[in-house]
Design a protein around this ligand. Sequence first.
Ligand code: G3H
Ligand code: 13P
Ligand code: ZN
Length: 335
Amino acid sequence: MVSYKELGLVNTREMFAKAIKGGYAIPAFNFNNMEQLQAIVKACAETKSPVILQVSKGARNYANQTLLRYMAQGAVEYAKELGWEKPQICLHLDHGDSFELCKSCVDFGFSSVMIDASSLPYEENIALTKKVVDYAHQYDVTVEAELGVLAGVEDEVSSAVSHYTKPEEVVDFATRTGCDSLAISIGTSHGAYKFTPEQCTRDPKTGKLVPPPLAFDVLDAIMEQLPGFPIVLHGSSSVPQEYVDIINANGGKLPDAVGIPEEQLRLASKSAVCKINIDSDSRLAFTAAVRKVFAEKPGEFDPRKYCGPARDLMEELYKHKITDVLGSDGKLAQC
Ligand code: G3H
Ligand code: 13P
Ligand code: ZN
């Protein structure tokens, strides 16, 4: 058993309380490799933002669970080296799908876990979530749960349809499970293809797809039911058109990729939405930078020469999200 406290990590409780009060959201960035982690830590140290480092089941399988834990511990030390005196870094399991996986992460030094039982019937979701909460809380590990179903397809997370969270269920769910935060479905979606062209309209000037707006009325109704309760938005990448264009101009093929407009995320950040999940945008930045180097310098074969630019572009992306979208910059002193 390794306690996250020994690793210098923090859980989400204080982070979320301050974020709700301050009208900003904590960035939850997924990582699978060293370059992503370096870029996240550098961006957060520079902007003075607290951060949630997210690890999916797939990331754990890809990078090795032991290595990932030491990487998170290394991130804390690296942050200090960058002048971040008391790093506010949370290590979070993203989309845990079983009690055993959540328990393993709690035992392995994670400071927060998500149990995603949203695809199960309501009572089963409650039972599994409560089981995880009861275990995690013994070690002061915070638990995110999910109610409602997001659309979109990712490696380990898939759902062809979406169902908005029902505001009339949230009080019963939060009370009976004891979860610390709730991921809701209000129209966000995983991956780089969040909406089909049929669900969008087209901007007459640019011809680009304009996605349908998020269901802010559902968010408002949820906040009315659960005043001050931490709300989480998954599937919140914006799929920046400039990255898609670079990818497509350099041999890639991402037709009609579309994300969540940043103005809507900016608006959500000012509410009880205190954690916003971003993964796909980082994947797009990485891929855009690598494709560009490969296209411009076909003789290049030193990974540092293409992973380096990828790291730089991701750092720029993370800083932009923190300062221009989520508003978590400069919030370290308050945590
Ligand atoms: O929401 C899912 C995350 O983007 C993680 O995706 O399972 O492919 O690592 P992954
Ligand atoms: P995106 O695919 O929109 O980046 O969402 C990531 C996410 O929700 C991770 O849990
Ligand atoms: Zn997610």
